[in-house]
Ligand binder design. Structure first.
Ligand SMILES: C[S@@+](CC[C@H](N)C(=O)[O-])C[C@H]1O[C@@H](n2cnc3c(N)ncnc32)[C@H](O)[C@@H]1O
Length: 283
């Protein structure tokens, strides 16, 4: 029997169901945490006023509005995402921002973008979930003019990201987490490997592929309880946690708190985050 599922159907469902709702609710918490990484990738893109830019996996629209600031009223921002709840939030924020931004519910891997129309493409953690990443980056390339560029931020090595590795690992004492995807399957760490990133982008036709490692420490919360409450809703344990009974939830929070306690000090709970800032040019 042939598989008739459309591209990225599982991801569409995943980001539109419990996970999408949680990202909408947690937007005021997630944004400050991810801000340094998005800012680094926007810097790498070096947008000029009047330029046209596509955003891939715009989520709640925070970076869309930052891109719009850069290109100004003469520029253009087209933001795509396949999560209905997050797009609704992004659209609501776009309306009141006064920026000329357009949001579309679409899969960036297959969406029929206007050809060679854009100067640049951008993403903050929105390009690791394609079931065919070469096809996706080829499709994005087709939308960018010759000489145009792409810049995005993605997670680097899992082992260098204790902010998620440690609480997720602890939660396994009580929750059954989704199986860790293989390195070449869609998932949070699917772009952790430098060679794989180069192979995907070159295979899709991009040139001058550059990866810059950007590592920093960030706060996961004001104290251990705060950080634990947040990460239990955001990490790979978010769905099993949301669906667990009260006792299992209590036990899970306790083991995560124990695991995070060594990282707490008077500033809050600080752990390491490690990312790649990836840039490339359309020949
Ligand atoms: C980790 S979230 C990041 C959201 C947002 N960029 C941010 O930084 O807050 C990943 C986003 O990519 C979107 N996404 C995943 N696969 C996609 C695809 N094939 N096309 C468009 N968006 C996609 C998800 O719906 C989700 O909004």
């Amino acid at each position: 029997m042939t598989d008739t599922k459309p591209a990225n159907a599982d991801q569409r469902e995943f980001w539109s169901d419990i996970k999408g709702q949680l990202w909408v609710e947690l937007q005021p918490r997630i944004d400050p945490m991810l801000a340094p990484f998005g800012e680094k990738a926007i810097e790498a893109l070096d947008l000029m006023p009047g330029e046209r830019v596509i955003e891939i996996g715009c989520g709640n629209g925070t970076t869309t509005l930052a891109l719009a600031e850069r290109v100004g009223a003469e520029g253009e921002v087209l933001a795509v995402d396949l999560s209905r709840p997050m797009l609704d939030k992004a659209m609501e924020r776009g309306k009141t921002s006064g920026h000329p931004v357009r949001f579309i519910e679409a899969d960036a891997q297959v969406y029929d973008f206007p050809r060679q129309h854009f100067d640049a493409a951008f993403s903050r953690f929105g390009v690791m979930f394609f079931d065919d990443p070469v096809a996706a980056f080829k499709n994005i390339l087709g939308a960018v003019r010759p000489g145009g560029r792409v810049a995005y931020v993605c997670w680097a090595d899992r082992k260098d990201n204790p902010w998620i590795r440690i609480p997720a690992g602890a939660s396994k004492a009580y929750l059954e987490l989704p199986p860790q995807p293989a390195d070449d399957e869609p998932g949070q760490f699917s772009m952790q490997n430098e060679e794989r990133v180069r192979t995907i982008l070159s295979g899709a036709g991009w040139s001058d592929v550059t990866l810059e490692r950007f590592d920093t420490e960030c706060s996961l919360g004001g104290d251990v309880a705060d950080a634990t409450g947040f990460i239990s809703q955001m990490g790979p344990m978010s769905e099993p946690f949301a669906l667990a009974d009260e006792e299992t939830q209590r036990n899970t929070l306790r083991v995560i708190e124990e695991a995070l306690a060594p990282y707490a000090d008077s500033r809050g709970v600080y752990l390491g985050y490690s990312t790649w800032i990836v840039s490339a040019t359309r020949p």
